[in-house]
Design a protein around this ligand. Structure first.
Ligand SMILES: [Zn+2]
Length: 289
């Protein structure tokens, strides 16, 4: 009763009141019903109060009703009604309404109903569920500076020429590693002849079957496929690939800013040395010649 009178009841639209009845008043009733056996007379009184509040916006029982209460409570009715939040509604009411909207939205996306609480949490904190490739970043023994470059690369946040051009900076678009194509993140790390040669040597060193994908999306999937699990070989694999990405990025920067260049072999040797220094057991997992 107090709640009905307290809420800016008269300011709420019909839809707002219906929402309030459903989300709060029913909730209060359900809460007490769990603790005590509520007499039928009281249940009827509560229903009457809810009904009167819904149709007349008052805190006492009236006979005013446009639709029978049973129909009002049916799920079909819920689906048909629209929810509008009055601008004059109290802060609490507005919060309740927006929480309901969020719940509906998440429920629609997650129609299987699995992991709904997690999705609600992400939705309300405005955080996205973590991408699948993050498995590549766990038990990764690469140096922190290499780890950081890998993380920025996976998020496509490295300042490659294509991004600089989008920021309207006048820069030479040609890839400094092969001087054969425009520099994009996909080209620099996956398609460039220099990078291909480096990856070929790196994967041979790991005795890994197959090649590194040339398309960004496939590369991310490839990282997920090879980055899952806690086996020692997986840790070596993730560390080597991360150091490889770092090696390519540093080589590219040295060529642009320092006018210095190295061959693929020299970078691969450094990757092997760093990996063995950071994972002493790695030498047994790598084919070094
Ligand atoms: Zn290139």
């Amino acid at each position: 009763m107090a709640r009905i009178n307290y809420w800016t009841a008269k300011m709420l639209s019909y839809a707002g009141r219906a929402q309030l009845v459903k989300t709060v008043l029913f909730g209060v009733q359900a809460y007490w019903a769990q603790l005590f056996i509520i007499p039928a007379k009281i249940i009827k009184l509560i229903e009457g109060l809810c009904r009167s509040y819904l149709w007349a916006g008052v805190g006492y029982v009236t006979k005013k009703a446009l639709i029978a209460w049973d129909k009002v409570c049916s799920p079909k009715y819920e689906g048909q009604r629209e929810c509008k939040i009055s601008n004059n509604a109290s802060w609490m009411v507005q919060k309740i309404m927006s929480a309901k909207a969020t719940f509906d939205q998440v429920q629609q996306q997650q129609n299987k109903g699995r992991g709904i609480l997690r999705h609600m949490y992400y939705h309300m904190t405005r955080r996205q569920p973590k991408p699948a490739w993050t498995c590549f970043m766990y038990s990764n023994a690469s140096r922190p500076k290499a780890y950081n470059i890998m993380w920025m690369m996976m998020n496509q946040k490295l300042a490659t020429v294509d991004r600089l051009t989008r920021w309207r900076l006048e820069v030479d678009k040609t890839c400094v590693l092969c001087k054969n194509a425009d520099e994009t993140i996909e080209h620099l790390f996956l398609q460039c002849q220099f990078a291909r040669k480096l990856w070929e040597k790196v994967l041979r060193m790991l005795e890994h079957q197959g090649t590194i994908p040339m398309v960004w999306k496939q590369f991310q999937q490839w990282c997920v496929q090879n980055g899952k699990g806690k086996r020692a070989t997986t840790q070596v694999f993730k560390t080597v690939i991360t150091e490889g990405i770092y090696g390519l990025w540093i080589e590219r920067n040295n060529r642009i800013f320092e006018k210095k260049s190295r061959k693929e072999e020299s970078i691969v040797k450094e990757i092997a040395c760093v990996t063995i220094a950071r994972i002493p057991t790695a030498s047994s997992k790598m084919y070094l010649n």
